[in-house]
Design a protein around this ligand. Structure first.
Ligand code: KG4
Length: 334
């Protein structure tokens, strides 16, 4: 029985989790409301909040797992990528904690952790993807198509050349005066809207790469013209605008994913990251899987946004290989 403590502090969520084998015993997340009024994450506020939250969050995670510090076998932490000030809090804490208890230290890549969240086994019969599989990682900062050969061997085969999918939702939401983060609001409003109401430009980038900056520009120009005719256009057509934007982003994401999955002849496809909470993406991915007879893996909601449970499972894979790190390793932002 090996209990591993995991720490995540790469952006604006302070999180700690305990894993035993592939089962999550606790997963505590302290989100930071302070950023809402600024319409985006303020790095300095984020690192200050991490400092305040880290000790109570870790303490609660250990207690909720029903263990004590003495039961731990290792400490895993997100080393990067992320905001430097935020990462430093988690990295420094993990180093000090592991040194004090003489425990091995495991560094985890935040993006790999999002993907490996699919291997959390909350129930014994839970299905997990078979290797190799294709994962679409979609978050506020990243949009990547990743060919996953094993937990230790992943290749980025496509990525956005400008805005990430989540960033696109957040920027469009800002234009529409919706609160931050905008993705969940667009998702909710789009449910009542018509996906064909507005024509949103589709980018044509070679290979498996993406470009989403045109979506934001397309909305800006459309609104500029429509508002001239009807100053209330935005309020009166909010649901349709959200549905059209969401449809365009999701269609672009899945078009490349389908092509890549066919080219690589994979049978299992997955999504990960904050945008994988999007209901339309989930629905369309499921349809795509049915059409091609592929197995579809969609993370549980609690593992879509930043959380330490995913860091714990990624850490456990490294623990199994005794792939430990040393105190001289520092945080990396990219
Ligand atoms: O992975 P994540 O929690 O963190 C970072 O990238 O830092 O992703 C956050 C992103 C935000 O852009 C947010 O708007 C988006 O995920 N998001 C969604 C939904 N829930 C969160 N986007 C679309 N639909 C959602 N339901």
């Amino acid at each position: 029985m090996s209990y591993i403590l995991a720490i995540e502090s790469s952006c604006d969520d302070t999180s700690a989790a305990v894993i035993n084998d592939f089962k999550i015993c606790s997963n505590i997340i302290a989100s930071q409301k302070v950023h809402e009024k600024y319409g985006g994450v303020v790095p300095e506020w984020a690192s200050r909040a991490h400092q305040k939250n880290i000790i109570p969050v870790v303490d609660t995670a250990i207690k909720e797992a029903g263990i004590t510090k003495k039961d731990l076998s290792a400490v895993a932490f997100t080393r990067g990528p992320g905001l430097l000030g935020s990462l430093l809090v988690g990295v420094s804490f993990a180093k000090s904690f592991s040194s004090a208890l003489n425990l091995p230290l495991i560094d985890v890549n935040h993006l790999e952790a999002h993907i490996l969240a699919h291997f959390i086994k909350d129930t014994p019969n839970q299905k997990t993807p078979s290797f190799p599989f294709l994962c679409l990682l979609v978050s506020g900062g990243n949009t990547q198509l990743i060919y996953v050969r094993s937990p230790y061997d992943m290749e980025i085969i496509g990525k956005t050349i400008d805005d990430a999918a989540g960033e696109t939702f957040d920027k469009v939401a800002k234009i529409l005066s919706l609160p931050y983060p905008g993705g969940p609001h667009i998702d909710k409003l789009a449910k009542q809207g018509d996906i064909k109401a507005l024509k949103i430009a589709e980018s044509h980038i070679p290979d498996y790469d993406y470009s989403f900056s045109g979506v934001k520009t397309s909305i800006l120009y459309t609104l500029r013209d429509k508002l001239k005719e009807n100053p209330k256009f935005m309020e009166e057509n909010l649901n349709d605008i959200c549905a059209s934007v969401q449809h365009r982003v999701v269609t672009m994401l899945l078009k490349k994913m389908e092509k890549a999955a066919k080219d690589l002849k994979v049978k299992d496809i997955a999504i990960a990251g904050g945008v994988s909470a999007n209901s339309y993406l989930r629905e369309k991915l499921t349809e795509l899987g049915q059409k091609n007879s592929w197995n579809v893996f969609i993370p549980q909601f609690q593992y879509t946004t930043d959380n330490a449970a995913m860091v714990a499972v990624a850490g456990y894979f490294k623990f199994l290989k005794k792939d430990f790190t040393t105190l001289d390793k520092t945080a990396y932002t990219r």
